[in-house]
Design a protein around this ligand. Structure first.
Ligand SMILES: [Zn+2]
Length: 403
């Protein structure tokens, strides 16, 4: 028995065009794309007439364990029982999936609760996206460790970095996340523009990752930090705010992905309660950096840097389940075309994850991760925020098509 999605227009992520075809799904994968469906007796048929069908979206930068309702990110779990984190992350995963994000990369968890969530999702116990996890992120000694004690693994110098990277892999990490520069949502005693890990230290993390067939994702805002991460061989740069033509040129040449997280500031400002109570030093940094960051994402794109969608869901007001807002921010804020934005959230994100054989496009042999929209996102990118059908691995997790 197979399942069909009939009557929809299929988005081709390679060309940015639609084809009127029906999708046959068997054993969780796309078995056939047919001009006219011929369902067998007993086949399950989903009527998607008039809908726009896209591959399930991929968010390459989330923090499932971080509560977005907390305006002050200073250790949100202080005084809470450990289980509260796992329950929050499980619910965040469910909301993320229902928004059409069928795959997500967690770039900094909390005491490995997100790895437990990944396991429960994979075993079919709870709903959630396919998860790729970093475990704890590697950081130099910095004031922000007190902000995120469950997320940070302090490691200074090559020996400690080797040990810390190996500890994440032993906990089940899919890749290694490092802090190449300071962070915006950090303690006021941390300079968000400061260089943190040196080029030599980053190279050590990359070597350990590559020895284990994994890669490194580097958080970097400041110019020199982006350059260090790209030169050391990191696979992705997170944020990449303060680059310039020369530095984005280095990324383009090395094929380093930029995960731009364009929606962080607009998401915070859109939530009045969070915005009014977020610590002043964070509010100030956000607003000061937003314009230049968005402008630079556009510059990076023009320099030929491959872009993969990432929201940073988990920062204040950047709610789990609002992830598709990032596609809107990439278009309205950074000036990408709607097609570039959708490609960043599908095929290019799949390439960053080294999952392009399984994910990122609606092609025969790939997982049947499909979303349906009522409106064409090429005409109006905001359409991605109104998801009518979510299918993951051929299983329907949400169906409002009839409504
Ligand atoms: Zn982040």
């Amino acid at each position: 028995m197979s399942r069909w999605i009939r009557g929809g227009s299929i988005y081709d992520v390679h060309t940015g065009t639609y084809r009127r075809q029906d999708i046959e799904i068997a054993e969780g994968r796309i078995a056939r794309l047919a001009n006219t469906a011929r369902p067998a007796a007993g086949d399950d048929v989903i009527d998607a007439k008039g809908a726009f069908l896209l591959p399930g979206l991929i968010d390459c930068h989330v923090h499932l364990c971080m509560p977005t309702e907390a305006a002050n990110p200073d250790n949100p779990w202080r005084g809470q029982p450990a289980g509260a984190v796992a329950i929050y992350a499980a619910e965040a995963a469910r909301r993320t999936l229902l928004a059409g994000i069928t795959t997500a990369r967690d770039v900094g968890g909390w005491d490995y609760h997100e790895i437990a969530v990944r396991g429960a999702i994979n075993r079919g116990i709870i709903p959630g996206p396919r998860l790729f996890c970093a475990g704890r992120l590697l950081s130099i000694t910095t004031a922000t460790v007190d902000y995120y004690p469950g997320m940070y693994e302090v490691a200074d110098g090559p020996d400690e970095i080797r040990r810390a990277a190996r500890r994440q892999l032993a906990q089940g990490a899919d890749f290694i996340k490092i802090m190449a520069t300071g962070a915006l949502t950090s303690s006021e005693y941390e300079d968000s523009r400061a260089i943190q890990y040196t080029l030599e230290e980053i190279k050590v993390a990359v070597a350990i990752a590559e020895d284990n067939y994994k890669y490194v994702a580097a958080h970097a805002h400041a110019e020199a930090g982006i350059r260090n991460a790209a030169l050391a061989g990191c696979r992705s740069i997170e944020h990449g705010s303060f680059g310039n033509e020369e530095i984005y040129g280095v990324m383009a040449e090395k094929g380093t992905y930029l995960v731009p997280t364009c929606c962080v500031v607009s998401a915070m400002l859109a939530d009045n309660q969070v915005s009014a109570t977020v610590p002043r030093h964070i509010h100030q940094r956000y607003v000061e950096f937003d314009e230049i960051h968005l402008k630079n994402v556009g510059l990076a794109k023009r320099c030929g840097v491959p872009i993969a969608m990432g929201t940073d869901a988990g920062t204040p007001g950047n709610h789990h389940g609002d992830n598709a807002q990032e596609l809107v921010s990439m278009v309205r804020g950074a000036g990408l075309s709607p097609h570039e934005s959708v490609a960043a959230a599908t095929i290019d994100a799949a390439r960053l994850l080294r999952q392009e054989a399984n994910l990122g496009s609606l092609e025969v042999g790939k997982f049947a991760d499909v979303i349906a929209l009522a409106e064409d996102p090429l005409a109006r990118i905001e359409a991605v925020r109104d998801v009518r059908l979510v299918m993951k691995g051929g299983a329907v997790v949400r169906d409002d098509l009839a409504a």
